[in-house]
Design a protein around this ligand. Structure first.
Ligand code: 4AD
Ligand code: MG
Length: 487
């Protein structure tokens, strides 16, 4: 347990979460927060962010200055002092009988956008600096923080070392070329080589650099010394995908383990996901109950056939209580080829031959229609996967695994890594990757190489699953997507 270094928290005002759980009737309290609603010139619903619930503050109408009452409006920051009493009204057990109130910051009721009513998610995305003041977003962001804590706790308790891998890099780990360039060169007048191309030797780092798409390659170097490591940081992809599951800036959790093969890797990924979901089920009960209600209300708006069969809480429990289904790519292709939507040409991409890349429609069919549970697909064709994945004996497939989740699609992508020097060099050559850029990565196969594996879990997709939110833009504080980097 961490202990407080001094009594800084005791010196400050109490918070609503503590008062609601352990407040003693007739005791004196002082609180600061924001007005969520104000009724009958008497009842303030106060929220301080510590919990979803508001605390009702009852002001003595006669004893309070009228000019002051006029300044109490939704969104205002206030400080109150008073005594905790059993509530006379419905909806709350205790309330504060206010003895003094101070307006810390007024809020203009004419223009304040977050009124106590239902706003659309689209509207709130445009007010992302204020949307965290709503119940929905404060609940999501507390669950997000709890998940982040659970991630660090899980790995720390299981002997992993946290590594901070670089954000600026010269290599394209995924080989997909979807990178944001980092440069200090003058865009209008860059230094040129004789052939007219840009001379990056004159750039800040003396070479071409980008924002990282993954910390994996650097994490591998640490795994080959520290055994079990993980990195959890921002990653960037300049994919022009305007979907409900893609961000240009997202957070990825990437464990990397020496001496783990693909099966160990799948076991770890499954255990890890179950563990962090259990953590929020246990520790975010109030926020999840609210999000469950919200999810169920949203589902009711949908046509019967598209509705989720489970509530949000049921979905989360289902994941923690059931084994993920493990299926090879080859088996999956057989299932898809013989599926109704494939035969009736309902898929946008018809599956004809082994080797086809799976689209999200196929992943969703497998997870939501065929297996009806999380699925781990493994042993993919080499030519639809990255260069670093370990080649199987068949020479066609690699030891890759993707975890697919209902409503989300791919949540994890990982693999056993190619540990054999010659095989890795051949792959790099075949894919026309510049070996010089990867000299340090290849070196790992020269000095004490060993079987090793890892995976990447998209943190926002996990938060989407845990909160039941349909759009990834609503589970990150300030989403970055094509044509949008406001805030
Ligand atoms: O499958 P990906 O591309 O795998 C890697 O980057 C590996 N280097 C990971 C590893 O083995 N260490 O990405 C991993 C996960 C995906 O499964 C998905 O959950 C998430 O990252 N992801 C995205 N999330 C939001 N927006 C995007 N544009 C994403 N791209 C990938
Ligand atoms: Mg992937």
């Amino acid at each position: 347990m961490l202990v407080k270094y001094n009594d800084i928290f005791d010196m400050k005002t109490a918070n609503i979460k503590n008062i609601l759980s352990e407040g003693v009737v007739h005791s004196k309290v002082s609180l600061k927060g924001w007005v969520k609603s104000f009724r009958s010139n008497r009842f303030i619903a106060l929220n301080d962010g510590s919990t979803l619930s508001n605390l009702q503050c009852v002001i003595d109408f006669e004893a309070t200055d009228e000019a002051l009452i006029k300044k109490i409006s939704v969104g205002a920051a206030i400080a109150v002092e008073g005594t905790l009493e059993e509530s006379q009204g419905k909806g709350q057990a205790i309330e504060i009988q206010v003895s003094s109130i101070e307006i810390l910051g007024e809020s203009d009721p004419e223009t304040y956008p977050i009124q106590p009513k239902k706003h659309s998610l689209e509207f709130l995305r445009e007010k992302a600096h204020l949307r965290v003041r709503t119940n929905t977003f404060s609940a999501i962001m507390r669950v997000r923080a709890a998940l982040s804590f659970a991630v660090h706790q899980y790995f720390t308790q299981n002997g992993f070392v946290n590594v901070h891998t670089p954000i600026i890099t010269g290599s394209d780990a995924e080989g997909a070329g979807e990178m944001f360039r980092v440069t200090t060169l003058d865009g209008k007048n860059p230094p040129l080589n004789e052939d007219g191309s840009i001379n990056y030797k004159e750039d800040f780092f003396g070479k071409e650099t980008n924002l990282t798409v993954s910390g994996q390659l650097e994490a591998e170097t640490f795994a080959m010394a520290l055994g079990k490591v993980y990195t959890f940081g921002p990653t960037f992809r300049a994919e022009n995908s305007n979907t409900s599951r893609h961000l240009a800036e997202f957070w990825m959790i990437e464990p990397e383990m020496a001496f783990f093969d693909l099966n160990d890797n799948m076991d770890l990924a499954e255990d890890f996901i179950k563990s962090v979901i259990s953590y929020v089920l246990e520790n975010c009960k109030e926020d999840l109950a609210f999000l469950d209600q919200r999810f169920n209300d949203e589902e009711k708006q949908k046509p019967q056939a598209q509705r989720s069969e489970m509530t949000l809480l049921e979905k989360l429990k289902f994941v923690t209580e059931n084994n993920f289904k493990r299926v090879s790519y080859t088996e999956a292709i057989d299932i898809l080829r013989n599926s109704k939507p494939n035969k009736k040409k309902k898929f946008d991409y018809i599956i004809e031959e082994w080797g086809a890349d799976l689209q999200s429609e196929h992943e969703r069919y497998l997870v939501e229609k065929h297996f009806n549970c999380p699925v781990i697909l493994y042993d993919y064709p080499a030519n639809i996967k990255a260069f670093y994945m370990r080649m199987n004996e068949d020479g066609k497939t690699v030891r890759a695994m993707d975890i697919l989740f209902p409503g989300i699609g791919e949540i994890v992508g990982g693999s056993q890594r190619e540990e054999r020097l010659e095989v890795l060099q051949e792959r790099i050559k075949a894919l026309d990757i510049d070996e010089k850029e990867l000299w340090w990565y290849i070196d790992l196969r020269r000095y004490g190489s060993a079987v090793h594996s890892g995976f990447g879990l998209g943190f926002e997709r996990l938060v989407q699953f845990a909160t039941g939110m349909g759009n990834i833009r609503d589970v990150i504080p300030f989403p970055r997507t094509p044509q949008n980097a406001e805030f």
